[in-house]
Design a protein. Structure first.
Length: 283
């Protein structure tokens, strides 16, 4: 499997491609990383250095890959945080070019906008851009529960309302919706869930809630789920593997006291997930 991953990069720490690439490689996926920024560290520190890469330069890198004749070998285009408006056009164009070369390729979009605690933290134009232009060309999207509500103009909370919101999102184009950070009011205390919906049904998995903010964990989640799902077509299995790997990654990081993900130290969790959490079909 080959993945064209168009995301940010940092020298120190793990977000964007600096979070997604290694776990994908560890499960046997060839990754072609294309960077949208090249920062010293993620912006959560409040200070960073390094350049935003212009949309034209990002497009040039993709054109160079195309000139090597490998777009037909790409199985997945993956994108995450979009810092500026111009990068969306580059991603949409890249998806079209990859799918022309390989009609079986899929586009997985992590529509990063914010979360329930922080609200939206992207440029004001990004949510509408994602909703109106990017989501309709995606095959897989991986919003958190807050982002799902933003994309659909709803307020998902219960399993039923989250399913309804996921169906509204699927009606816009994507056939598969992975909802992360699902926090329904009637769940068990100190737990958190993920829910996936596709044409075959809907499944949910519950894990203990680890009390930490983990920059980059969503990028790992989107990457692993997409790769597992693309490989097998089994949403429940992809959900189980992803939940297991990400929980162990977060648990290792929390226990160490590190602010940055222990991405390399947790590599066995990607290669050999323990599958310690049961997945329940809800539709």
């Amino acid at each position: 499997m080959k993945v064209l991953s168009i995301q940010s990069a940092v020298a120190y720490g793990h977000v964007g491609n600096s979070a997604a690439v290694f776990p994908l490689q560890r499960i046997g996926v060839e990754v072609l990383p294309v960077y949208t920024v090249n920062f010293s560290n993620h912006t959560g520190y409040g200070a960073w250095r390094g350049p935003l890469i212009s949309p034209a330069d990002v497009a040039e890198v993709i054109t160079g890959i195309e000139e090597r004749g490998v777009l037909g070998e790409i199985d997945v285009v993956l994108s995450g945080y979009q810092g500026g408006e111009g990068i969306a056009d580059v991603i949409i164009d890249a998806v079209a070019r990859v799918k022309k070369a390989n009609p079986d390729a899929v586009y997985a979009c992590d529509p990063v906008m914010g979360n329930a605690k922080s609200g939206c933290f992207v440029a004001p134009a990004i949510p509408d851009l994602l909703r109106e232009r990017v989501i309709p060309v995606a095959d897989i999207i991986t919003p958190n529960q807050f982002e799902l509500g933003f994309l659909t103009g709803t307020d998902p909370g219960s399993i039923e309302s989250t399913l309804e919101s996921a169906d509204l999102a699927r009606a816009r184009g994507p056939r598969t919706v992975l909802v992360t950070s699902v926090e329904r009011p009637d769940r068990e205390p100190d737990t958190i869930e993920m829910l996936v919906v596709d044409d075959d049904g809907a499944w949910i998995v519950q894990t203990p809630l680890i009390p930490m903010k983990a920059n980059g964990s969503g990028d790992v989640t989107a990457a692993l789920f997409t790769a597992h799902y693309r490989r097998t077509g089994d949403a429940a299995d992809a959900l189980a593997r992803t939940a297991s790997s990400v929980f162990d990654l977060l648990s290792n990081t929390f226990e160490s006291g590190s602010r940055e993900l222990l991405l390399v130290e947790s590599q066995e969790a990607y290669a050999h997930p323990r599958l310690q959490f049961s997945v329940r079909q809800v539709r």
